[in-house]
Design a protein around this ligand. Structure first.
Ligand SMILES: NC(=O)C1=CN([C@@H]2O[C@H](COP(=O)(O)OP(=O)(O)OC[C@H]3O[C@@H](n4cnc5c(N)ncnc54)[C@H](OP(=O)(O)O)[C@@H]3O)[C@@H](O)[C@H]2O)C=CC1
Ligand SMILES: O=C(O)[C@@H]1CCC=N1
Length: 285
């Protein structure tokens, strides 16, 4: 309770999806905000609001007048809708926002310039790219600030994202790149886990055993990276006996150019983040 943030008493999530829930869950678990300091708004999905209210005890709304009130009362507003919904939401917000409210966008591609164009230039704007691991305090967030954000506000934002993982201040130019690495990154790992689990089942393990084997292999490998501080290449070599099983598997991956596929995929995600930003810019003009 003592840890709750006294300088910023209320935070309002404009958007109630997966990313909003990951941050809400993380900040509540870490005691950064109390449930009564948090509100979450969406467009229409009642079931989703019911879930968030019953699980976290936060205030929820999709009703116009109450939404306006909650937005006006908030010290920090987090924009957490899909890029395609951003222009409509910011246009709606423009009528209610004050210059002493900090606007934090987690929307992929949406630039600080576009946000300012839609809401006015005096606003302190934060562009952040978190990931869903924030829900368990293991997130990665890249943060960029507009010139209007004060040092005190920066410290507050930094403390929020640091409480739910690691937070790096980055140049806004790097936002698409960080989106492609750590924003989307958990999905790449889950995809790899899905493929390994399916392969284990094909080799005769039950789904439960296959999942357990893969999960613990992943956890052990991540812990080895963290605890030994050895480079991944060295750890990989330690597993790979000459002419052994690992070498046989890695030969298949190398033959099928898995590294190139991963590099191309990440580059494509980075380009897609830029495209999302440009699509938003075009819809403003
Ligand atoms: N998921 C992730 O891993 C990450 C996502 N992001 C970014 O976070 C943002 C949200 O993604 P995610 O949570 O996955 O998306 P979801 O689709 O899960 O959630 C989007 C939410 O926005 C709400 N919404 C849409 N329009 C409005 C509006 N005009 N007013 C209020 N609420 C609105 C939707 O409400 P309703 O359901 O009622 O329509 C829904 O609650 C995206 O911009 C994405 O780029 C960033 C980092 C990681
Ligand atoms: O897929 C997306 O566009 C968002 C941004 C990063 C993770 N999810």
């Amino acid at each position: 309770m003592e840890q709750s943030n006294k300088q910023n008493n209320t935070i309002c999530f404009f958007g109630a999806g997966a990313m909003a829930e990951a941050i809400v869950s993380g900040v509540l678990a870490q005691g950064i905000f109390l449930p009564e300091q948090v509100s979450v708004l969406n467009k229409s999905n009642e079931q989703r609001l019911h879930h968030l209210h019953s699980k976290y005890g936060v205030t929820v709304s999709n009703e116009e007048q109450q939404k306006q009130l909650l937005l006006q009362q908030a010290d920090i507003i987090v924009l957490a809708m899909k890029p395609k919904d951003a222009v409509a939401a910011l246009t709606e917000l423009q009528a209610h926002i004050r210059a002493d409210q900090v606007l934090v966008s987690v929307i992929a591609g949406l630039s600080i310039t576009s946000i300012k164009q839609l809401i006015g230039v005096k606003q302190p704007v934060v562009r952040a790219m978190p990931n869903t691991s924030s829900s368990i305090g293991q997130g990665v967030t890249g943060i960029s600030y507009s010139d209007e954000v004060t040092e005190v506000e920066k410290m507050t934002i930094q403390s929020i994202f640091s409480a739910i993982g690691i937070a790096l201040t980055i140049d806004e130019k790097q936002q698409s790149a960080i989106t492609a690495i750590s924003g989307s990154g958990p999905a790449y790992i889950y995809f790899f886990v899905e493929a390994m689990t399916a392969a284990a089942e094909k080799l005769g393990f039950t789904t439960a055993d296959a999942s357990k084997l893969v999960l613990h292999t992943l956890k052990g490998a991540a812990a080895m990276l963290e605890q030994t501080e050895l480079p991944a290449e060295q750890l990989r070599k330690n597993v790979t006996s000459p002419n052994g099983t690992t070498a046989a598997a890695l030969d298949v991956m190398i033959d099928q150019q898995l590294s190139t596929t991963i590099s191309d995929a990440i580059q494509r995600a980075c380009t897609r983040a830029d495209e999302l930003g440009k699509e938003i810019e075009r819809s403003i003009h």
